[in-house]
Design a protein around this ligand. Structure first.
Ligand SMILES: Cc1cc2nc3c(=O)[nH]c(=O)nc-3n(C[C@H](O)[C@H](O)[C@H](O)COP(=O)(O)O)c2cc1C
Length: 179
């Protein structure tokens, strides 16, 4: 089939990223924790595991990640889609998003930001490199502890822009020379 021109501002919609995440942060002043939806992330290293996340300077989470230098990347499954969208369309300083969505925060082991109990996996992270923050809002995180339910085929959400998500879940297993 012949390809059609895609507006440059929509190129990102073709590069389906990894699963949509719920990034939690603790309030540096000791108030309630916050949670934002995040789909712009990338793996950068195996060991220690490094993950790049792009957090807009307009998000309340940006200031809290800057201040605390730590967060949790929680991985929701498709059944949490309404909560995922709600966390991406409200700001933590104005709304208690845990109360808004019914999601349950619980203490993590290594960082002050909370786990979300309903998510099937949670990665505790500390900021490893701030060198790209001023230019790209890109925080390089180091995963310091990782937790996951032993589900065989989690149905994760993958953002395709404008409220559209792909749902992953089926698995192909092929010979591989790398991890
Ligand atoms: C599906 C989805 C994906 C999103 N991905 C990102 C992202 O990668 N980076 C970002 O800065 N904001 C992203 N957002 C927007 C933030 O989640 C949104 O601005 C949120 O209100 C920020 O919350 P906060 O101000 O409490 O931190 C996304 C929103 C949705 C719905």
């Amino acid at each position: 089939m012949k390809k059609q021109s895609v507006p440059l501002a929509e190129a990102y919609r073709l590069l389906e990223p990894g699963p949509v995440l719920l990034l939690t942060t603790a309030d540096p002043r000791g108030g309630r924790p916050n949670v934002m939806t995040l789909s712009w992330h990338m793996m950068m290293e195996f060991e220690p595991p490094l993950v790049g996340v792009l957090v807009s300077g307009r998000d309340d989470s940006f200031a809290w990640l800057e201040a605390n230098g730590e967060c949790v990347l929680n991985i929701p499954t498709a059944d949490l889609a309404p909560q995922v969208v709600a966390c991406g369309n409200s700001h933590g300083r104005r709304r208690d998003k845990f109360r808004l969505t019914g999601l349950t925060p619980s203490p993590a082991s290594r960082v002050g930001a909370p786990f979300i109990d309903e998510c099937y996996a949670s990665l505790e992270c500390v900021v490893h490199d701030r060198g790209w923050v001023a230019r790209y809002n890109l925080f390089v995180l180091e995963v310091v502890a990782a937790w996951a339910e032993p589900r065989k085929r989690p149905r994760t959400l993958h953002h395709r822009g404008w409220g559209e998500f792909a749902v992953a879940g089926s698995v192909l297993r092929l010979p591989s020379a790398m991890k």
